[in-house]
Design a binder for this molecule. Structure first.
Ligand code: ADE
Length: 231
């Protein structure tokens, strides 16, 4: 690889299939059991990979992207479970900060604080998030013309909105209304929950690499999540 690429990452292949389909010249490399596709997108050097599910798999992937593949910035995408009121299936959540909702070294440290970092929240990169905000607004603005009506009805979609703020991550697929409610009570600002973003944010903080995380809402992290997520 000649210079520092932009990295695009998702947990699952389905979440990144569209991006992979756009790379005309990707070369596949396998490192630590992960596939990395190195190539060009719109003339820019990119590296695309799947993190796998959960914070440990995500942290390994983030470290490889920064140290081995020399990523100069990272965009993480995929789906998330909506938590905040009004964050509905089909909406988009752009993270401005991330937190590990299952981090708990209390009473030694405050709940959610990452020991050694003196903080619970890790910010995403302002410039990268602003650029993604513009891209999301353009995409959502033209979506009504592109959404096929059968899909709108079948998936119970509406006019999708962009939400920005706190995204929380943990090593649990949140699939009960009780757990979702408990998370909302504990972290009222949390817009959505997923399983990798905050791990990426901590590793990117360590390496000084700009990160953005943008997720589409697949479910409401409630008793129907196991049905809505695969749909
Ligand atoms: N990703 C998408 N939906 C999720 C959920 N309900 N819990 C955790 N991660 C998710």
């Amino acid at each position: 690889m000649s210079s520092a690429p932009t990295a695009f990452v998702a947990a699952l292949r389905d979440e990144l299939a569209g991006v992979l389909g756009l790379l005309p010249d990707e070369r596949r490399q396998v490192v630590a059991g992960r596939e990395f596709w190195v190539g060009h997108l719109h003339g820019q050097e990119v590296v695309v990979t799947l993190s796998g599910i959960g914070k440990v798999a995500a942290a390994t992937t983030a470290a490889l992207l920064t140290d081995r593949f020399r990523a100069r910035r990272i965009v993480f995408t995929g789906v998330a479970g909506g938590l905040g009121p009004g964050v509905r299936v089909g909406d988009v959540v752009l993270a401005r900060s991330l937190l590990q909702h299952d981090m708990d070294a209390s009473p030694l440290f405050p709940r959610h604080e990452v020991p050694g970092y003196d903080r619970s929240r890790f910010e995403t990169d302002g410039h990268l998030a602003d650029a993604l905000e513009q891209a999301c607004m353009r995409m959502l603005g033209t979506l009504p013309q592109r959404l096929d009506t059968a899909a709108v009805v079948a998936y119970g979609l509406h006019a999708p909105r962009l939400h920005q703020g706190l995204l929380v991550s943990g090593d649990r697929f949140v699939a009960t209304t009780a757990e979702s409610q408990a998370l909302q009570n504990e972290l009222p600002e949390a817009l959505a929950v997923e399983m990798e973003g905050a791990a990426f944010a901590q590793v990117c903080h360590d390496f000084g690499v700009p990160l953005a995380v943008v997720r589409t809402i697949s479910d409401r992290a409630d008793d129907d999540a196991h049905v809505d997520f695969p749909r």
